[in-house]
Design a protein around this ligand. Structure first.
Ligand SMILES: *[C@@H]1O[C@H](CO)[C@@H](O)[C@H](O)[C@H]1NC(C)=O
Ligand SMILES: *[C@@H]1O[C@H](CO)[C@@H](O)[C@H](O)[C@H]1NC(C)=O
Ligand SMILES: *[C@@H]1O[C@H](CO)[C@@H](O)[C@H](O)[C@H]1NC(C)=O
Length: 485
């Protein structure tokens, strides 16, 4: 009786766990969707003290931008951003040795850095979408592109106190259900932070450091975009279904739009060799502190519109598409150029094409954005991306810090390009960039959510296992299990 009793209790508590997990799904706007953000400066640099928000107050996007702006206006513009996959304030209370046993802390390096900084700022709860936009905000304020780094490459970098830099270090976070490994990973991250900070010290360049995360760690579900009613599982199914619906809808819309206008086609002789399509193409220039935008879509695509393509070329390994415009942002002649290249990469034993550069040529000046590190696809496919820009989550970066491209921004929406192996005037299969928050990523998150649920259940069951308190003793009397109670 007792046995079945505890068993039922266990089942019930397992269900409770699942129910709570489901509850997390159902309550998006709850107070869990926040990450902490810690900002400090190198030793010897003093910042005007900023008062943190009142306890319990959640810092939103605008307020965060304000904090960052005030810190960067007065402080060093060499920013080291430690961006962890996930983090919640509980990570510090659990592993920070907060309950009097300091020697247990897994953050010794972080603590040292905060102690030695004159004005550290700790924001315990920054709303999650704001924190994931932190790179974009820093980029806007520093007017430089992020450099993704690891400690080894940092030691080779020459920093200069007078030119801003945004150095991003991505840090992992352990699976949500494995407490042991989360602790170890955080400890490893702290070691990396220490390593980076000591390298920065040898460079003797003052810096501002920020430690935050892309999303909270203490939450079973972090993708609650839209809530619904019903159990966790039916919600999941509904989501998956909705996701598919949305994808279908998107494709239908894409098709509709594609029927409205055909891609730009460059022909070498009889054969088409470059295809380009986008829902919108725009460029902006920075003039007296403001971005002036010019939309090129209507002069590029559409019924009866055929942009001049003189200067374009293509052969087996190189392709160059030149779109010629007039009177763009005060420039009489303006060219938007896509330079592509394809070659065999030994590592993958296949041919890849890269969009090496996007160039703007106007009145004798050339601004160049590099793209090759980010924009590529197998040579026989086309490349497609929902958003290719030079500013938010940039795929295109100015060639150098002196390049005129630094005063330009380009933005292409629903962008698709193919420069090699084009047959007819249709794109081949598209290799999608699957950037942040594309359906592909969301689908991946769904899968991991399911895994977390399963693991939580499994872990719970394992934790309930107890060693038997009696073992069968061959000499003693046999254990008898009564059949009837
Ligand atoms: C830092 O950059 C400035 C101008 O950008 C230059 O004058 C100076 O020499 C540089 N310092 C070092 C140490 O490279
Ligand atoms: C190019 O396309 C043709 C078919 O159109 C295919 O047979 C060939 O393998 C492709 N070559 C490359 C390098 O992708
Ligand atoms: C851009 O490409 C050029 C040539 O390939 C290279 O020298 C330069 O360092 C690149 N710039 C960036 C910011 O990657």
């Amino acid at each position: 009786m007792a046995v079945t009793g505890t068993l039922q209790l266990r089942r019930f508590s397992a269900r409770l766990v699942l129910f709570l997990a489901g509850f997390g799904v159902l309550n998006p706007g709850n107070c869990d969707e926040q990450v902490p953000l810690i900002l400090w400066t190198s030793e010897g640099v003093s910042l005007p003290a900023q008062s943190p928000p009142a306890a319990g107050h959640v810092v939103g996007p605008q307020q965060l931008a304000g904090y960052l702006q005030r810190a960067l206006r007065a402080g060093p513009k060499n920013v080291v951003l430690f961006l962890q996959d996930k983090m919640s304030v509980e990570d510090f209370t659990l592993y920070g040795g907060a309950f009097g046993n300091k020697q247990d802390s897994v953050f010794p390096n972080l603590e040292d850095a905060l102690m030695s900084s004159s004005s550290p700022l700790v924001l315990a709860s920054v709303s999650w979408p704001a924190s994931s936009a932190v790179i974009g905000q820093l980029q806007d304020q520093l007017e430089t592109s992020p450099l993704y780094m690891d400690p080894e490459t940092l030691s080779q970098l020459r920093l200069n106190a007078s030119s801003p830099a945004l150095l991003v270090f991505r840090l992992p976070y352990g699976g949500g259900s494995d407490l042991m490994s989360a602790k170890e990973i955080l400890s490893g991250n702290d070691e990396l932070i220490g390593q980076v900070l000591s390298t920065m010290k040898t460079q003797s360049v003052p810096y501002t450091a920020i430690y935050t995360a892309l999303q909270p760690s203490r939450e079973v579900v972090s993708l609650s975009m839209d809530s619904g009613l019903g159990g966790g599982r039916s919600l999941l199914q509904a989501r998956g279904h909705r996701e598919r619906e949305r994808e279908r809808e998107r494709q239908r819309k894409m098709k509709e739009k594609a029927q409205i206008y055909a891609p730009v086609e460059f022909k070498e002789g009889e054969d088409t060799c470059v295809l380009l399509w986008a829902r919108s193409l725009s460029v902006s220039i920075l003039r007296s502190g403001r971005w002036e935008e010019h939309d090129l879509t209507l002069s590029t695509f559409g019924e009866g519109v055929s942009p001049k393509l003189h200067g374009s070329s293509c052969d087996k390994t190189r392709a160059r598409l030149v779109l010629n415009y007039e009177n763009v942002l005060g420039h009489r002649s303006f060219k938007l150029i896509f330079a592509m290249n394809q070659r065999l990469y030994k590592v993958s034993a296949r041919r890849w094409f890269t969009l090496d550069a996007v160039e703007l040529e106007y009145d004798g000046t050339k601004a160049t954005f590099n793209g090759s590190r980010n924009v590529y696809a197998p040579a026989e496919y086309s490349y497609r991306c929902e958003s290719v820009t030079s500013f938010r989550w940039p795929l295109l970066v100015p060639r150098s810090s002196k390049d005129p491209a630094n005063q330009w921004r380009v933005s292409f929406k629903d962008f698709q390009i193919q420069g090699f192996n084009v047959s007819g005037s249709e794109f081949s299969y598209a290799s999608d960039c699957a950037g942040f928050f594309s359906p592909g990523i969301w689908m991946g998150l769904m899968t991991s959510l399911l895994m977390v649920l399963v693991l939580t259940y499994g872990l719970h069951m394992i934790m309930q296992l107890r060693t038997m308190d009696r073992f069968d003793d061959p000499k003693g009397p046999a254990i008898s299990v009564p059949q009837i109670e």
